[in-house]
Design a protein around this ligand. Sequence first.
Ligand code: UD2
Length: 296
Amino acid sequence: DIPIDEDQKSTRLLYKQPSVLVGRTDVVAVTPWLAPIVWEGTFDPVLVDNIYKPMNLTIATTVFAIGKYVRFLQDFLETAEEHFMVGFHVRYYVFTDRPHDVPSVNLSQGRHLSVIQVPGSNRWQEISARRMEIIQTTIERQIRREADYIFCLDVDSKFHARWGSESLGRLVAVIHPGYYEQTRDRFPYERRPASTAYIPMDEGDYYYGGAMIGGFVEDVYTLTKVCRTRFEEDAGNSIEAAWQEESHLNRYLLYNKPSKVLSPEYLWQDFKAKTKEVKVIRFSGVIKNYAEVRPN
Ligand code: UD2
């Protein structure tokens, strides 16, 4: 076996010297439990790619396109091909009730797409919430054999800039763009103690967006399993959390801290003007007419 330092001599990667004194001072780049918060300027893309690329990883990407949401697939997939995990093996899993409406998009080498048929629904809340269950069962059935990491993303979104290996981690969450300037008592967590997603007013770290869950396949598996069970327990008590699976996700992450947190660069919303701390918008939700696009 070649020792690592020999190996690095042969590739000789040149990059800017890291500093312990100079870096971003306008944002916090680490949580109090020492997980990185990923912002532009806190990582060197060439350097992180150089660490992860030799691992020959496969990244699963799940996306739901149920009912009229199939219309978002083309832009989602085309922009993902341009910006998401470029140079890595990517396996997209598209869940839809309309398999014939899945557009054919040219995929780069090493990237693969499977379409998985799932039932439609008349309630958008149910579609959104059932994602946990479907991701859980698909991990059991195939993803755990086919990928190392998984990212579960909202389809009504587009990539605008690099989303790469800097986002890889054991359990990865994204800070919701709408609440990062708020105090925790203003977060739209589930506040009714009767719900298993309940978070008291004086608890909470960040408000995480439900549009992205990521990490090692097994860690995301546990998360989806727990959230699904709690969602069903609530349903049995005729209670639905304020923001469905997003509420359960926030509760889970409060007591199971993410090992990496993505800044709102990784989850913006097109209707929201860019703020000064956001140097680059990497992924953002498109503006949609809820009344027109949802089943009811
Ligand atoms: C927020 C969250 C979303 C989810 C939802 C919970 C962000 C930016 N978005 O978004 O992740 O937690 O609240 O209520 O954090 N879908 C379909 N067909 C439908 C309805 C939904 O396929 O008819 C899928 C689709 O993949 C969509 C996702 O479910 O991206 C989330 O639903 P949404 O876009 O209606 O939720 P939204 O934008 O209110």
